[in-house]
Design a protein around this ligand. Sequence first.
Ligand code: URC
Length: 309
Amino acid sequence: MTVNSGPTRPVVLGQNQYGKAENRVVRITRDGATHHIKDLNVSVSLSGDMDEVHYSGSNAHVLPTDSTKNTVYAFAKEHGIESAEQFGIHLARHFVTSQEPIRRARIRIEEYAWDRIEHTGRGAHSFVRSGQETRLTQITYDGSAWEVVSGLTDLTVLNSTDSEFWGFAKDKYTTLPETHDRILATSVTGRWRFGWSDDAQRMPDWNTSYEEAKKHLLQAFAETYSLSLQQTLYQMGARVVEHRGEIDEVRLSLPNKHHFLVDLERFGLKNDDAEGAVYYAADRPYGLIEATLLREGCEARIPVDLTNL
Ligand SMILES: O=c1[nH]c(=O)c2[nH]c(=O)[nH]c2[nH]1
């Protein structure tokens, strides 16, 4: 066995992290015959003084990923899951404060929503997975500062009118007709960063904050008479920052889910609004409109590419 250690190395270790990804944890709490469900997918990523395990294979600083998985389940049992954010904060604090070599913990959580099935039978313990968005959060803790970035993905919305797109720049390749009435549809992926960064500051109410941020995104989408998806995006993100003092930065990624009027003239059919218009819902290619909205004076810290988050 070759032990690659010593002061000079031809290849130096760069950024590294490790942990157990995608721990699926479901917690049921019982309130008499009424049950409540929390359904999370939790990924733990730890970093710190981990040179030796990479260079020589010494595992002395390595808390096994298996232990991090067990911690997720034990914490769900012992402390409950009040919100994804609270649960992630608990885990991150535990790893950084209980293992000296671990200097930074990043906890990513996806939360799947369940609705109750309304029925006339016994008890309230039947659920149907909600088809709407997935709630997301990422907690990062380095022993002193916290960063909490929450958000959602797959929130699909559509306005069947009050959307125009005209007056755009044109070149010799432009064929798009100008329109004064079109469908505007998108599937919202968004992240928002909280101003909260240390224990001493009052912590936001994570669940209220999430519900309110989502409500503002939806209302802004519905209430904006749109001249472009870019304008709608700005209104959506700005509304969250304006109404939610705990949120300093919002990043939105909005695919333009194009709906094209089908040409039915070949069949002698006039395809217009009068008798109900028929559209072809194209899934690709799609315009992709992305931007960050920042509270004045705040720093942009959410990565530009949300697929890296
Ligand atoms: O809202 C839009 N923004 C664009 O930038 C764009 N480009 C395009 O072809 N259609 C649209 N729609």
